[in-house]
Design a protein around this ligand. Structure first.
Ligand code: NI
Length: 400
């Protein structure tokens, strides 16, 4: 407990610097794969801390570094990840640290993620005598822009040299209050895929439909048929969503158009439902279009896979979170239909991803992620830092 108290005191001491880092990143947000300034600051900081083997330019702007423990023990490698990118949103907050890049904003909290991992790096580096093995720090680009920055970083070899045994990460959570942290074993966030189609019919006069192949009516049939997939063909004890969010066609009240366009999103939590819906959406839509005499251009694009936490790693995290915010502060959250490219790390190695509450209604910090007024209670970052440090230490010192 002495060490736990000391860590907390040290975090309190460095918090002004962490807040300054976060505000600096907030003032200078950069879009996906353009995080040049942010990555430069990260790399400089890691080098000045004495972090080993700092590598830059991975998948454009990704950065990694190593902290090697000095204790004898299992000698495993744990990866801690932060994402660095901002969003194409124009900030509407009036704060000292308001975005200086018009139309670009840290509206998801990745500024805080980067600042927290830099702080955790410093604290873990100061504790090299307290763990065996290696901490691999990873700062990734482009979480917000599928196919994202995680996948190309993995393809560039970040899980090797040294080989990563487990991966952990966190997200600021503006939907829950400061002092609350959420984590759940198994599927936590959805796979997010998308489809797009153009129905090519035959246009004509609205009063002479018999001379046309009406793409609007065909589109309407397709929309209705797609709604039967989750309702009638997916196991009702499992979660999935198919939403048609684009339906464009026609310009005049008395003209049947030549074509109509449909698009939408598909969210699932396991590979079986994901494969099934991809196949059935194409079969249904092409079948309906063909039966009604139209031609169909169809495309289906896979986004991030489901984020699936390893049960054992989740239990380790849950116990450490309990020590930080108390058992009552650790929440088992509902499934989230949003997606996250940390999922690629969790497909490759066991690990877990948790959500650090950052909402503070008393201070008006209630706007959600991706809102132009998004802002977070920076006190949340202290919990985030403590969780990263403790989870890494616990994992590295535990016998496999
Ligand atoms: Ni995010």
């Amino acid at each position: 407990m002495v060490e736990a108290t000391r860590l907390r005191e040290e975090i309190d001491e460095i918090m002004p610097g962490v807040i300054a880092d976060r505000r600096d990143f907030h003032e200078h947000p950069e879009l996906a794969f353009q995080e040049v300034r942010t990555a430069g600051i990260v790399a400089d900081r890691l080098r000045s801390l004495g972090i080993e083997d700092v590598r830059t330019g991975i998948a454009e702007t990704g950065v990694t570094g190593l902290i090697r423990g000095q204790k004898l023990g299992p000698g495993r490698t744990v990866l801690l990840r932060a994402d660095m990118d901002a969003l194409p949103i124009h900030e509407e907050n009036e704060v000292d640290y308001k975005s200086r890049n018009a139309g670009v904003m840290h509206a998801c909290g990745h500024d805080a993620h980067t600042a927290m991992l830099l702080a955790a790096a410093r604290l873990l580096n100061d504790r090299r005598d307290q763990f065996s093995g290696t901490v691999k720090l990873l700062f990734q680009p482009a979480e917000e822009l599928p196919p994202g920055g995680a996948k190309p970083m993995i393809e560039a070899g970040v899980l090797e040299d040294p080989k990563v045994d487990a991966a952990f990460g966190l997200h600021i959570d503006q939907d829950s209050p400061v002092g609350q942290i959420s984590v759940r074993p198994g599927p936590a966030m959805a796979a997010a895929d998308r489809f797009h189609m153009v129905i090519h019919g035959k246009g004509g006069h609205g009063a002479k439909p018999h001379d046309t192949i009406d793409p609007i009516v065909i589109g309407a049939q397709i929309v209705t048929a797609l709604q039967t997939l989750v309702a009638r063909a997916v196991d009702p004890t499992e979660e999935a969503v198919v939403s048609v969010c684009v339906f464009k066609g026609g310009d005049a009240f008395n003209v049947i158009p030549d074509s109509a366009e449909l698009g939408g999103t598909v969210r699932t939590f396991n590979a079986r439902n994901r494969d099934f819906l991809e196949r059935r959406i194409e079969e249904l839509t092409t079948g309906i279009a063909k039966a009604m005499g139209a031609e169909l251009e169809f495309s289906y694009t896979r986004g991030y896979p489901a984020t699936v936490n390893d049960p054992e790693m989740t239990e380790l995290v849950r116990q450490e979170l309990g020590r930080i915010v108390g058992e009552e502060g650790v929440v088992h959250p509902s499934l989230m239909m949003g997606a996250e490219d940390f999922s690629y790390f969790l497909e490759a190695v066991p690990g877990a991803y948790w959500f650090v509450g950052s909402q503070n209604p008393e201070r008006g910090l209630v706007w959600g992620h991706h809102h132009p007024r998004f802002d977070l209670d920076e006190a949340a970052m202290a919990y985030g830092i403590e969780s990263l440090v403790n989870v890494a230490l616990r994992y590295l010192n535990e016998e496999a």
